[in-house]
Design a protein around this ligand. Structure first.
Ligand code: HEM
Length: 502
């Protein structure tokens, strides 16, 4: 469980003067650098992946700050399809190419949870709640996630998600300009809170904003030091600790209040409680999946709206598609757009939207900067005749396949009509092999409902900070591992409401 003692220490440290914090952190870091880090021993084993030259601890800082460039540079300077570097005492091997990704996605010993937990630093860790989760509990969380996405449960979510979307879009006013990476992301956070948590939280915009701010603190607090040396009491680590504790408190409070009220509601928390799961599973489900879901779906929605803003022909095709849906499933007596859209059945959203499906598919190819992370929990593995030792961490950057010009000519160009790459694991937007996204059905539905509402509610296009049409469309920044966000000031959405009643 979360240790209150650690929390008090964190509070005390944060209250100490900045100077004292920096001095303490520097002394500890100095001791580590002097005594704790050895250089790697050159291996003469012909089966060992080549080491990134010039290795020292500071050389891997770009792995956290500019991951796309760091990994590309690694392949370039080593000239190999696999290379390795060390993170303190851990070995990290980066793989690429067709045989690399085949082995990566199909080997049953390469474990996602162990890899992600250590290398990402992105999921809030609470002992026994989100860290040290036994595989039995993880399996249970995945099972509950499947229940959230059965047809009946997803159908129930359509109306509340559209209502949240309507409320947020109304708050944008009749016209204006916004940064999609702020506004659309925030909207997706709201709809994900609605889908994954409970009405008490989702109905309280201030609380949702607070949760989002806390998750943002976790993101900005994820520094090289907090990942490599998670126990080092740097200011970032302590801020992360405080944010995690506050998220935990919000979730536990919601769970306790619902249980104490004895009043059943029709939401995800109720489903979890009705299943009689232990509190660890309920809280772990909400804390872990909220962040996993909101980040990936928020990034995708932000880029999807950005691309629609910059591609008039695709915008028009998508509008026609949604209008056809509304015509096919017309509901009499409803006046608002959200109510009309809510009348479209789940099956139609899932099988009658080929244009939006193609838009999502291409957005994930070009603007999802994911690096898959695993740990080899089995015996040594051979990939491309190089050894991945037992216990080593293994990475596969999605850029290797999704931005490969041989598979996707002119890879940075957004083209939803492009031909599929006909090679094994030629597209891994939703994962591949034994690890595929377990929230895909929910994510796709959220994306479609939000995009449909936006397309029919507003006329919009893409502008730069001066309100002019940009010379070139923004390019996803794969070094930004969370949002893939283009440089600030490069892209905004200019919109004008075209519906009286959303
Ligand atoms: C557009 C939105 C999303 C995208 C593009 C996406 C993409 C992915 C990808 C690529 C993976 C595999 C990662 C890897 O191999 O390293 C994955 C795994 C996963 N995703 Fe998503 N995801 C999205 C939304 C969601 C949502 C909304 C949830 C839950 C609420 C979710 C839950 C999960 C889980 C639990 C896994 C791990 C599966 C496992 O351990 O086997 N995802 N996702």
């Amino acid at each position: 469980m979360y240790t209150v003692g650690l929390q008090s220490a964190a509070d005390a440290f944060l209250l100490a003067s900045l100077k004292a914090q920096v001095v303490i952190a520097l002394i500890i870091l100095f001791l580590i650098l002097v005594f704790g880090v050895g250089t790697h021993k050159e291996s003469f084993d012909e089966h060992a992946p080549v080491f990134l030259p010039g290795y020292h601890l500071l050389a891997i800082i770009p792995f956290f700050r500019k991951r796309f460039e760091f990994l590309n540079e690694g392949f370039k300077v080593t000239g190999q399809s696999l290379f390795q570097f060390s993170m303190l005492k851990d070995t990290v091997i980066v793989v690429s190419g067709e045989s690399g990704r085949k082995a990566f996605f199909s080997n049953k010993h390469l474990d996602l949870t162990e890899g992600f937990k250590v290398l990402s630093g992105a999921i809030p860790m609470v002992n026994g709640v989100t860290s040290d989760l036994q595989s039995r509990r993880i399996a249970l969380i995945h099972k509950r996630l499947a229940s959230v996405q059965n047809s009946e449960a997803l159908t129930r979510l359509i109306h509340p998600i559209l209502e949240d979307t309507r409320r947020v879009m109304e708050s944008w006013g009749p016209e204006g300009t916004f940064d999609p990476f702020e506004h659309v992301y925030k909207l997706v956070f709201q709809t994900t809170v609605r889908s994954i948590t409970c009405d008490e939280i989702a109905d309280d915009p201030m609380l949702v904003q607070k949760l989002k701010d806390l998750y943002d603190t976790l993101d900005s607090g994820t520094t090289p030091a907090t990942v490599i040396l998670p126990w080092l009491p740097t200011p970032s680590m302590l801020r992360k600790l405080c944010a995690t504790k506050k998220i935990y408190d919000i979730v536990v409070h919601a769970v306790n209040t619902r249980q104490a009220s004895g009043v059943a509601r029709d939401d995800t928390l109720q489903m979890l409680l009705d299943n009689g799961d232990e509190k660890l599973v309920v809280v772990g489900f909400i804390m872990g999946l909220l962040v996993a879901g909101a980040r990936a779906t928020g990034t995708t929605a932000s880029w999807l709206i950005t691309y629609l803003g910059g591609h008039q022909e695709w915008r028009e095709k998508a509008v026609v598609e949604v209008e056809q849906l509304l015509a096919s499933y017309h509901s009499s007596g409803t006046t608002s757009l959200s109510a009309h859209l809510a009348a479209v059945p789940l099956e139609a959203w899932e099988s009658e939207t080929p244009v939006i499906d193609a838009l999502i598919h291409e957005t994930l190819r070009v603007a999802q900067p994911h690096t898959a992370m695993r740990r080899n929990l089995g015996p040594d593995v051979l990939i491309d005749s190089k050894t991945i030792p037992s216990g080593a961490y293994v990475l596969y950057p999605f850029s290797d396949v999704h931005l490969n010009p041989e598979l996707y000519p002119d890879p940075w160009t957004f083209d939803p009509a492009r031909k599929p790459a006909n090679v094994p694991y030629g597209y891994v937007g939703w994962g591949g092999g034994k690890t595929v996204c377990l929230g895909q059905r929910l994510a796709r539905m959220e994306l479609k409902l939000i995009v449909a509402m936006f397309l029919l509610s507003f006329q919009f296009d893409l502008v730069d900070k001066d309100g002019h049409q940009p010379q070139a469309l923004p390019r996803p920044n794969w070094n930004d591992i969370l949002l893939c966000r283009p440089e600030t000031g490069h892209c905004y959405i200019r919109y004008q409401k075209c519906m009286l009643s959303l």
